[in-house]
Design a protein around this ligand. Structure first.
Ligand code: IPD
Length: 263
């Protein structure tokens, strides 16, 4: 699909960062067996990827602002537009040599996400969407799945790691959801979880305790693929409150009731 100039900048930048990360990833696989482990190396790779992305976007669109996982927020001359970037979503997977992570770049205009790109360099899958023009993976148009029965549906989530305040709520979610569905997956990259809902690979995804950069691109990709996205806390905005429910339109009502404990 021929996208806007901004979308092309985003895809080109995601590929550039993805190529560098892929090279680093092959090193990480070697470092697993070293006594020091790959921790410092990965945090350098993550920071370098954000720098690459920040510089490429700045060169292409000098006036836009920037919000990134590593460096926080930078105001642009144009206060209505900013990039929201996670250079490496799925850092823990990357650290452990698990080939499931992505680069996520979104463009926000006047508080709305208008374009989003989630790029998985390992599988060379580029998920992208622009507001009003549909969602795609490489050349293929994306549609959420058509499954409407909970018992035939699979869902994904993020299970908080040690010390995170959202662990008890997530365990309660799982206790309510698991008896009703065909399975729950935890693959470890929120941006890809949303992209996979858009691609119909799973029926729904929810998670608590997220950041805007984890989900900004993915939420647009889901809605442009015909899915529904909302905050777990009704009436709030996922990007502001860091929790999200996304699903195909058939399953959304029941799934959101289960997650919101309204059954
Ligand atoms: C993390 C991943 C993970 C999710 C965490 C996120 P990061 O992002 O998306 O799937 O469960 O909540 O923080 O730290 O790898 O960019």
């Amino acid at each position: 699909m021929a996208g806007s100039a901004n979308l092309n900048v985003m895809m080109k930048t995601a590929r550039k960062a993805g190529r560098a990360l892929l090279k680093d990833f092959s090193e990480v696989e070697q470092l697993q067996v070293s006594s020091k482990g790959p921790g410092d190396f990965v945090s350098r790779a993550d920071k370098m990827a954000e720098k690459t992305i920040r510089e490429a976007l700045k060169e292409a669109r000098p006036t836009y602002g920037f919000l990134g996982e590593e460096d926080g927020a930078v105001e642009g001359e144009d206060p209505t537009r900013r990039w929201i970037v996670d250079p490496l979503d799925g850092t823990t997977n990357f650290l452990h040599g698990l080939p499931h992570w992505a680069v996520s770049i979104a463009l926000e205009h006047k508080g709305q996400i208008v374009a989003g790109v989630v790029y998985d360099p390992v599988k060379d899958e580029m998920f992208y969407a622009e507001k009003g023009t549909g969602a795609f993976m490489n050349e293929t148009r994306l549609r959420v799945s058509a499954r409407s029965k909970m018992i035939e549906s699979i869902f994904a989530t993020g299970v908080p790691f040690a010390g995170q305040a959202t662990l008890p709520a997530t365990l309660q979610d799982l206790a309510r959801l698991m008896p009703e569905c065909a399975g729950v997956r935890r693959f470890g990259a929120a941006a890809l979880d949303l992209a996979y809902v858009a691609a119909g690979r799973y029926e729904g995804y929810w998670e608590r305790g997220l950041h805007a950069w984890d989900i900004a691109a993915g939420v647009l990709i889901v809605t442009e693929a015909g899915g529904f996205v909302a905050s777990i806390r009704e009436g709030q905005r996922p990007l502001e409150h860091g929790d999200v429910i996304a699903a195909n339109s058939e399953i959304f009502e029941r799934f959101s009731k289960v997650i919101r404990n309204q059954i």
